[in-house]
Write a protein that binds this ligand. Structure first.
Ligand SMILES: C[S@@+](CC[C@H](N)C(=O)[O-])C[C@H]1O[C@@H](n2cnc3c(N)ncnc32)[C@H](O)[C@@H]1O
Length: 311
Protein backbone atom coordinates (compact mmCIF):
# COMPACT_ATOMS: atom_id res chain seq x y z
CA UNK A 1 0.00 0.00 0.00
CA UNK A 2 1.28 3.44 -0.82
CA UNK A 3 1.48 5.98 1.94
CA UNK A 4 -1.08 8.73 2.12
CA UNK A 5 0.41 11.89 0.71
CA UNK A 6 -1.29 14.95 2.06
CA UNK A 7 -0.50 18.59 2.48
CA UNK A 8 2.88 18.53 0.84
CA UNK A 9 1.42 17.65 -2.55
CA UNK A 10 -1.26 19.87 -3.90
CA UNK A 11 -3.67 22.09 -2.06
CA UNK A 12 -6.56 23.22 -4.19
CA UNK A 13 -9.27 25.59 -3.15
CA UNK A 14 -12.10 23.78 -4.76
CA UNK A 15 -15.25 23.38 -2.75
CA UNK A 16 -15.94 26.92 -1.73
CA UNK A 17 -14.00 30.08 -1.32
CA UNK A 18 -14.10 32.83 1.24
CA UNK A 19 -17.47 31.95 2.61
CA UNK A 20 -19.08 34.84 4.45
CA UNK A 21 -20.60 32.37 6.87
CA UNK A 22 -18.68 31.93 10.06
CA UNK A 23 -19.75 28.29 10.02
CA UNK A 24 -18.98 27.35 6.47
CA UNK A 25 -15.46 26.45 5.61
CA UNK A 26 -12.77 27.68 3.37
CA UNK A 27 -12.40 24.32 1.76
CA UNK A 28 -8.84 23.53 0.88
CA UNK A 29 -8.52 19.97 -0.31
CA UNK A 30 -5.26 18.35 0.57
CA UNK A 31 -4.98 15.90 -2.24
CA UNK A 32 -3.07 12.68 -2.37
CA UNK A 33 -1.50 11.57 -5.63
CA UNK A 34 -3.74 9.92 -8.21
CA UNK A 35 -6.78 12.06 -7.41
CA UNK A 36 -7.47 14.49 -10.15
CA UNK A 37 -9.50 14.86 -13.28
CA UNK A 38 -11.63 11.92 -14.37
CA UNK A 39 -9.40 9.06 -13.32
CA UNK A 40 -10.66 6.89 -10.46
CA UNK A 41 -9.16 7.66 -7.10
CA UNK A 42 -6.24 5.44 -6.29
CA UNK A 43 -6.69 3.32 -3.20
CA UNK A 44 -4.34 5.39 -1.07
CA UNK A 45 -5.75 4.20 2.20
CA UNK A 46 -7.95 1.20 3.03
CA UNK A 47 -11.52 2.34 3.76
CA UNK A 48 -12.49 2.30 7.42
CA UNK A 49 -14.53 -0.71 8.57
CA UNK A 50 -18.30 -0.34 8.61
CA UNK A 51 -19.47 0.09 12.19
CA UNK A 52 -22.54 1.18 14.05
CA UNK A 53 -21.60 3.80 16.64
CA UNK A 54 -23.83 3.73 19.70
CA UNK A 55 -24.82 6.98 21.46
CA UNK A 56 -23.07 5.58 24.55
CA UNK A 57 -19.79 5.58 22.59
CA UNK A 58 -19.74 9.35 22.43
CA UNK A 59 -16.21 10.62 22.90
CA UNK A 60 -15.41 11.99 26.33
CA UNK A 61 -11.83 12.91 25.44
CA UNK A 62 -12.32 15.53 22.75
CA UNK A 63 -13.38 19.08 23.63
CA UNK A 64 -16.82 19.88 22.20
CA UNK A 65 -18.25 23.38 22.36
CA UNK A 66 -21.69 24.23 21.11
CA UNK A 67 -22.85 27.28 19.15
CA UNK A 68 -26.05 28.34 17.36
CA UNK A 69 -26.62 28.26 13.60
CA UNK A 70 -29.37 30.51 12.28
CA UNK A 71 -31.32 29.02 9.38
CA UNK A 72 -34.05 31.52 8.54
CA UNK A 73 -36.43 31.44 11.52
CA UNK A 74 -34.91 28.25 12.83
CA UNK A 75 -31.99 28.04 15.25
CA UNK A 76 -30.10 24.75 15.43
CA UNK A 77 -27.08 23.94 17.54
CA UNK A 78 -23.77 22.75 16.14
CA UNK A 79 -20.65 21.66 17.89
CA UNK A 80 -17.09 22.69 17.28
CA UNK A 81 -14.24 20.23 17.71
CA UNK A 82 -10.61 20.40 16.70
CA UNK A 83 -9.50 18.43 13.62
CA UNK A 84 -6.06 18.32 15.21
CA UNK A 85 -7.45 16.68 18.33
CA UNK A 86 -9.61 14.14 16.50
CA UNK A 87 -7.46 13.24 13.48
CA UNK A 88 -4.07 14.78 14.27
CA UNK A 89 -4.54 16.90 11.17
CA UNK A 90 -3.89 20.61 11.37
CA UNK A 91 -5.40 23.00 8.90
CA UNK A 92 -6.98 20.21 6.82
CA UNK A 93 -10.56 20.41 5.64
CA UNK A 94 -10.42 17.05 3.96
CA UNK A 95 -7.87 14.33 3.26
CA UNK A 96 -9.33 11.91 0.69
CA UNK A 97 -9.70 8.37 1.97
CA UNK A 98 -8.66 9.30 5.48
CA UNK A 99 -10.78 12.17 6.72
CA UNK A 100 -13.65 13.24 4.43
CA UNK A 101 -14.50 16.61 5.90
CA UNK A 102 -17.20 15.71 8.41
CA UNK A 103 -15.94 17.96 11.22
CA UNK A 104 -16.71 21.12 9.25
CA UNK A 105 -20.13 22.53 8.58
CA UNK A 106 -20.39 22.99 4.83
CA UNK A 107 -22.66 25.48 3.11
CA UNK A 108 -24.67 22.76 1.37
CA UNK A 109 -26.07 21.35 4.59
CA UNK A 110 -27.45 24.77 5.53
CA UNK A 111 -28.88 25.15 2.00
CA UNK A 112 -30.47 21.74 2.39
CA UNK A 113 -32.17 22.52 5.72
CA UNK A 114 -33.58 25.75 4.26
CA UNK A 115 -34.81 23.89 1.17
CA UNK A 116 -36.45 21.22 3.34
CA UNK A 117 -38.21 23.97 5.33
CA UNK A 118 -39.54 25.41 2.06
CA UNK A 119 -40.66 21.99 0.84
CA UNK A 120 -42.58 21.43 4.09
CA UNK A 121 -44.14 24.89 3.94
CA UNK A 122 -45.21 24.24 0.35
CA UNK A 123 -46.85 20.96 1.39
CA UNK A 124 -44.47 18.92 -0.75
CA UNK A 125 -42.74 17.11 2.11
CA UNK A 126 -43.50 15.81 5.57
CA UNK A 127 -41.11 14.01 7.90
CA UNK A 128 -43.82 12.92 10.28
CA UNK A 129 -43.44 9.19 11.02
CA UNK A 130 -40.92 8.76 8.19
CA UNK A 131 -37.72 6.76 7.89
CA UNK A 132 -34.88 9.14 7.08
CA UNK A 133 -31.24 8.49 6.19
CA UNK A 134 -28.57 11.19 5.94
CA UNK A 135 -25.53 10.14 3.93
CA UNK A 136 -22.21 11.91 4.54
CA UNK A 137 -23.77 13.62 7.52
CA UNK A 138 -20.86 15.35 9.28
CA UNK A 139 -22.67 17.67 11.70
CA UNK A 140 -25.96 16.05 10.68
CA UNK A 141 -28.06 19.22 10.68
CA UNK A 142 -30.46 18.03 7.92
CA UNK A 143 -31.08 14.77 9.83
CA UNK A 144 -31.45 16.69 13.09
CA UNK A 145 -34.02 18.90 11.38
CA UNK A 146 -35.88 15.76 10.20
CA UNK A 147 -35.89 14.45 13.80
CA UNK A 148 -37.32 17.70 15.10
CA UNK A 149 -39.96 17.56 12.37
CA UNK A 150 -41.19 14.22 13.69
CA UNK A 151 -39.35 11.58 11.65
CA UNK A 152 -39.75 8.21 13.33
CA UNK A 153 -36.45 6.74 12.20
CA UNK A 154 -33.34 8.82 11.59
CA UNK A 155 -30.13 7.08 10.60
CA UNK A 156 -26.96 9.07 10.00
CA UNK A 157 -23.87 7.88 8.10
CA UNK A 158 -20.40 9.37 7.97
CA UNK A 159 -17.17 8.03 6.49
CA UNK A 160 -15.41 8.50 9.83
CA UNK A 161 -16.74 6.90 13.01
CA UNK A 162 -14.72 9.53 14.93
CA UNK A 163 -16.91 12.26 13.45
CA UNK A 164 -20.01 10.48 14.73
CA UNK A 165 -18.51 9.97 18.20
CA UNK A 166 -17.07 13.45 18.63
CA UNK A 167 -19.58 15.62 16.81
CA UNK A 168 -22.72 14.11 15.25
CA UNK A 169 -24.01 12.33 18.36
CA UNK A 170 -23.40 15.34 20.65
CA UNK A 171 -25.06 17.60 18.04
CA UNK A 172 -28.14 15.40 17.87
CA UNK A 173 -28.31 15.21 21.64
CA UNK A 174 -27.90 18.98 22.10
CA UNK A 175 -30.65 19.78 19.59
CA UNK A 176 -33.11 17.22 20.95
CA UNK A 177 -32.54 18.49 24.49
CA UNK A 178 -33.04 22.09 23.36
CA UNK A 179 -36.30 21.21 21.61
CA UNK A 180 -37.81 20.27 25.01
CA UNK A 181 -40.20 17.88 23.24
CA UNK A 182 -40.65 14.85 25.49
CA UNK A 183 -40.79 12.56 22.46
CA UNK A 184 -37.41 13.84 21.33
CA UNK A 185 -35.05 11.96 23.64
CA UNK A 186 -32.21 10.23 21.82
CA UNK A 187 -32.76 7.04 23.83
CA UNK A 188 -36.45 6.71 22.92
CA UNK A 189 -36.22 7.27 19.20
CA UNK A 190 -34.87 5.15 16.38
CA UNK A 191 -31.87 7.42 15.86
CA UNK A 192 -28.73 5.52 14.91
CA UNK A 193 -25.26 6.29 13.62
CA UNK A 194 -23.19 4.34 11.08
CA UNK A 195 -19.58 4.81 10.04
CA UNK A 196 -18.02 3.52 6.82
CA UNK A 197 -17.56 3.86 3.09
CA UNK A 198 -20.49 4.23 0.70
CA UNK A 199 -19.39 1.19 -1.25
CA UNK A 200 -19.80 -1.07 1.83
CA UNK A 201 -22.16 0.66 4.23
CA UNK A 202 -25.31 -1.05 2.85
CA UNK A 203 -24.07 -4.17 4.63
CA UNK A 204 -24.97 -2.67 8.00
CA UNK A 205 -27.74 -0.17 7.25
CA UNK A 206 -30.99 -1.52 8.73
CA UNK A 207 -33.39 -0.45 5.96
CA UNK A 208 -31.91 -1.26 2.62
CA UNK A 209 -34.30 -2.75 0.08
CA UNK A 210 -32.16 -5.70 -0.86
CA UNK A 211 -29.04 -7.09 0.75
CA UNK A 212 -26.95 -9.42 -1.41
CA UNK A 213 -25.38 -10.85 1.74
CA UNK A 214 -28.77 -11.57 3.30
CA UNK A 215 -31.28 -11.98 0.47
CA UNK A 216 -33.89 -13.66 2.69
CA UNK A 217 -33.50 -11.35 5.66
CA UNK A 218 -35.84 -8.59 6.78
CA UNK A 219 -34.05 -6.16 4.57
CA UNK A 220 -35.27 -8.00 1.48
CA UNK A 221 -38.87 -6.91 1.93
CA UNK A 222 -40.49 -4.72 -0.68
CA UNK A 223 -41.53 -2.25 2.02
CA UNK A 224 -37.89 -1.73 3.00
CA UNK A 225 -35.83 1.33 2.36
CA UNK A 226 -35.86 4.88 3.63
CA UNK A 227 -38.64 7.32 2.79
CA UNK A 228 -36.28 10.29 2.61
CA UNK A 229 -32.54 10.31 1.92
CA UNK A 230 -30.64 13.52 2.61
CA UNK A 231 -27.15 14.42 1.45
CA UNK A 232 -25.20 17.65 1.40
CA UNK A 233 -21.79 18.26 -0.21
CA UNK A 234 -21.32 14.57 -0.96
CA UNK A 235 -20.81 14.72 -4.73
CA UNK A 236 -17.38 16.37 -4.98
CA UNK A 237 -15.27 13.32 -5.75
CA UNK A 238 -15.73 11.65 -9.12
CA UNK A 239 -14.34 8.38 -7.80
CA UNK A 240 -17.16 7.91 -5.28
CA UNK A 241 -20.16 9.11 -7.32
CA UNK A 242 -21.10 5.69 -8.68
CA UNK A 243 -20.91 4.09 -5.22
CA UNK A 244 -23.03 6.88 -3.80
CA UNK A 245 -25.64 6.49 -6.51
CA UNK A 246 -25.75 2.69 -6.10
CA UNK A 247 -26.21 3.21 -2.37
CA UNK A 248 -29.10 5.62 -2.91
CA UNK A 249 -30.75 3.07 -5.19
CA UNK A 250 -30.35 0.34 -2.57
CA UNK A 251 -31.65 2.50 0.27
CA UNK A 252 -34.45 4.58 -1.22
CA UNK A 253 -37.88 3.12 -0.66
CA UNK A 254 -39.67 2.23 -3.89
CA UNK A 255 -41.88 3.62 -5.34
CA UNK A 256 -42.46 6.61 -3.02
CA UNK A 257 -39.01 7.34 -1.58
CA UNK A 258 -37.29 10.65 -2.30
CA UNK A 259 -33.72 11.89 -2.01
CA UNK A 260 -32.64 15.49 -1.54
CA UNK A 261 -29.12 16.37 -2.64
CA UNK A 262 -27.40 19.71 -1.99
CA UNK A 263 -24.01 20.55 -3.43
CA UNK A 264 -22.06 22.68 -5.80
CA UNK A 265 -22.91 22.51 -9.45
CA UNK A 266 -19.24 21.86 -10.10
CA UNK A 267 -16.32 21.35 -7.74
CA UNK A 268 -13.37 22.93 -9.46
CA UNK A 269 -10.18 20.94 -9.22
CA UNK A 270 -11.77 17.57 -8.45
CA UNK A 271 -14.40 17.45 -11.20
CA UNK A 272 -17.43 16.23 -9.24
CA UNK A 273 -20.62 18.19 -8.72
CA UNK A 274 -24.39 17.93 -8.75
CA UNK A 275 -24.49 17.84 -12.55
CA UNK A 276 -21.91 15.07 -12.75
CA UNK A 277 -23.94 13.02 -10.26
CA UNK A 278 -27.14 13.72 -12.19
CA UNK A 279 -25.54 12.49 -15.39
CA UNK A 280 -25.19 9.06 -13.71
CA UNK A 281 -28.81 9.23 -12.60
CA UNK A 282 -29.99 10.15 -16.08
CA UNK A 283 -27.91 7.46 -17.76
CA UNK A 284 -29.35 4.79 -15.46
CA UNK A 285 -32.84 5.93 -16.37
CA UNK A 286 -34.82 4.74 -13.34
CA UNK A 287 -35.01 8.01 -11.39
CA UNK A 288 -36.39 11.43 -12.17
CA UNK A 289 -34.72 14.59 -10.90
CA UNK A 290 -36.04 18.09 -10.33
CA UNK A 291 -34.34 21.20 -9.05
CA UNK A 292 -35.59 22.50 -5.72
CA UNK A 293 -33.37 25.52 -5.28
CA UNK A 294 -30.29 27.42 -6.40
CA UNK A 295 -27.97 29.53 -4.28
CA UNK A 296 -25.72 32.09 -5.91
CA UNK A 297 -24.63 34.23 -2.97
CA UNK A 298 -21.12 34.86 -4.25
CA UNK A 299 -19.51 32.86 -1.44
CA UNK A 300 -18.77 29.91 -3.73
CA UNK A 301 -19.62 28.72 -7.19
CA UNK A 302 -23.29 28.00 -7.84
CA UNK A 303 -24.91 25.68 -5.32
CA UNK A 304 -28.01 23.62 -6.01
CA UNK A 305 -30.54 21.45 -4.25
CA UNK A 306 -32.11 18.59 -6.21
CA UNK A 307 -34.89 16.11 -5.53
CA UNK A 308 -34.72 12.55 -6.86
CA UNK A 309 -37.49 9.97 -7.00
CA UNK A 310 -38.19 6.74 -8.84
CA UNK A 311 -39.93 7.23 -12.20
C1 LIG B 1 -17.70 17.73 2.52
S1 LIG B 1 -18.25 16.72 3.83
C2 LIG B 1 -19.93 17.28 4.04
C3 LIG B 1 -20.42 17.08 5.43
C4 LIG B 1 -21.86 17.55 5.70
N1 LIG B 1 -22.80 16.85 4.87
C5 LIG B 1 -22.00 19.03 5.48
O1 LIG B 1 -22.51 19.43 4.41
O2 LIG B 1 -21.62 19.81 6.35
C6 LIG B 1 -18.47 15.20 2.92
C7 LIG B 1 -19.09 14.09 3.74
O3 LIG B 1 -19.27 12.97 2.87
C8 LIG B 1 -18.83 11.79 3.49
N2 LIG B 1 -18.08 10.98 2.53
C9 LIG B 1 -17.26 11.41 1.54
N3 LIG B 1 -16.79 10.38 0.84
C10 LIG B 1 -17.33 9.26 1.39
C11 LIG B 1 -17.24 7.89 1.08
N4 LIG B 1 -16.50 7.44 0.07
N5 LIG B 1 -17.93 7.03 1.83
C12 LIG B 1 -18.69 7.47 2.85
N6 LIG B 1 -18.85 8.75 3.19
C13 LIG B 1 -18.16 9.65 2.46
C14 LIG B 1 -17.98 12.17 4.66
O4 LIG B 1 -18.49 11.46 5.73
C15 LIG B 1 -18.17 13.66 4.86
O5 LIG B 1 -18.80 13.92 6.08
Amino acid sequence: MRPLITVANRCLHVLSKNSPSEHAVSCSLHLGSGFAGDSPQEDLHPPPPCVEVLPSEVSENVKYTVEPVQLGELTLLKGRVSTQEVFSLSNSDLVPGKYEGGLKLWEGSMDLVKALQSEIQAGKLSFSGKRVLELGCGHGLPAIFASLEGAHTVHLQDFNAEVLRCLTIPNMDANLKKSHAPECSLADRDIRFFGGDWKDIHQILPHIKYNEEDPNGDNGSASGGYDVILMAETVYSISSLQHLYELVKKCMSCPHGVAYMAGKKHYFGVGGGTRRFLSLVEKDGIMASSIVGEVADGSSNLREIWRLSFK
